[in-house]
Design a protein around this ligand. Structure first.
Ligand SMILES: *Cc1c(COP(=O)(O)O)cnc(C)c1O
Length: 371
């Protein structure tokens, strides 16, 4: 069969390996597997969420409220914007896809950092648009601006703040200075999937969605319940922008694009600020142990404003080989070899998980590598 030619250069996205697959393929007991590969919250979600979702299970036969009134109202009051500034998606992933399909086409271009969230490129390729990347792996606004000025037809710029999979984060005042120089017909997607972590660690990294969309009506800000709120499996994210952008995105949305149980979970999770703050505090406490660990073993890491840390290994220690050996011991991490880096990204787990990671990693790193 013939397909749209844009599919020819499109790879199927490979998510972090699920626990079920490691059980099947490596014959490891589920209780011995730790997944530090998808930046999920190792503490789960607020305890109230489970109860609320269980209570609502009897409503499974009913379609959800397609206006998503309650969640939008809650988000609007949290961020001091109006409901009409908000769109809800099945993960913020879905909103990235709406943004891309609203703007990109085969006659224009999109711009992103060399090593950033893989879905930006995948959605972009679906449209046949041209993809431009900065020479540096990490976000470098000088490079972004240079490429922007050399190309007149850039439809979208992606800024991942903080950046996945590397963990670095630009200062907000630098971002604003950059946005001052960008034409209002270029959509800037500001992906704040890890903003809860970044602003806790360093106020200079905080993006206030209300402020940014007010100053820059071409910005689409994204947030998610999948990371700090611990609801990856519920698939719920949101976009915040001027009503004009939201209206364009809504044209691409299928009805009932998120389940009523997901809506309920998000609504309840949003109220438990204390749970989220405790998780974030523990996250950065544990991250210090990883930093110490890297120093001890003599390799670098990238200063991270997220719930993961990217370990940059020395050339004689191959990240693919290490990831594979860890997997055989039931530890799932993200190998960044495919990005042309000899690095692995590790989600900060619970204290017990982190200790186990460090023990196994140390054994492999010091004793068990060929060549
Ligand atoms: C996890 C993540 C998302 C969105 O995840 P969803 O589960 O689809 O909400 C978006 N951007 C980045 C950079 C992420 O790491």
């Amino acid at each position: 069969m013939k397909y749209n030619s844009v599919l020819d250069n499109l790879k199927i996205y490979e998510a972090g390996k699920p626990i079920e697959l490691v059980v099947r393929e490596y014959g490891i007991d589920e209780k011995d597997i730790i997944k530090l590969a998808s930046n999920e919250n190792p503490r789960g979600c607020s305890p109230g969420v489970q109860d609320a979702v269980c209570k609502d299970v009897s409503k499974m036969n009913l379609y959800p409220d397609d206006s998503m009134y309650e969640l939008k109202e809650k988000l609007a009051s949290r961020f001091k914007v109006e409901s009409e500034n908000i769109i809800i998606g099945a993960g913020s992933d879905q909103i990235i896809s709406f943004g891309v399909h609203a703007k990109a086409n085969k006659n224009n271009k999109v711009l992103m950092a060399k090593t950033t969230f893989a879905m930006y490129e995948i959605y972009a390729r679906q449209t046949g648009t041209t993809i431009l990347k900065t020479p540096s792996h990490q976000h470098n606004l000088g490079e972004f601006l240079k490429i922007y000025n050399q190309n007149k037809d850039i439809a979208i710029i992606f800024l991942c703040l903080p950046n996945n999979p590397l963990g670095e984060c630009l200062d907000t005042d630098e971002v604003y200075k950059f946005l001052d120089k960008i034409d209002k017909n270029t959509m800037v997607i500001v992906d704040g999937a890890y903003q809860e972590y970044a602003k806790y660690k360093d106020k200079k990294k905080e993006i206030n969605p209300q402020d940014i969309i007010q100053k820059y009506p071409n910005v689409l800000y994204l947030g998610t319940f999948s990371k700090a709120y611990g609801l990856g499996g519920m698939r719920c994210g949101y976009g915040i922008a001027e009503p004009e952008i939201i209206k364009a995105l809504l044209k691409l949305r299928a009805p009932f694009n998120i389940t009523n149980l997901s809506l309920k979970a998000a609504i309840v999770a949003l109220d438990d600020k204390k749970f989220v703050q405790n998780c974030i505090k523990e996250n950065f406490g544990e991250m210090k142990l990883y930093e110490k660990f890297a120093k001890e073993l003599g390799f670098d890491f990238i200063q991270s404003f997220t719930n993961f840390i990217t370990l940059e290994l020395k050339n004689d220690k191959n990240s693919s080989q290490i990831s594979e050996k860890l997997l055989k011991k039931g530890i799932i991490v993200r190998n960044l070899g495919a990005y042309g880096m000899n690095a692995i990204r590790v989600t900060i787990g619970t204290p017990e998980q982190n200790l186990r990671f460090m023990k196994e990693f140390r054994d492999i790193y010091l004793n068990d590598l060929e060549g």
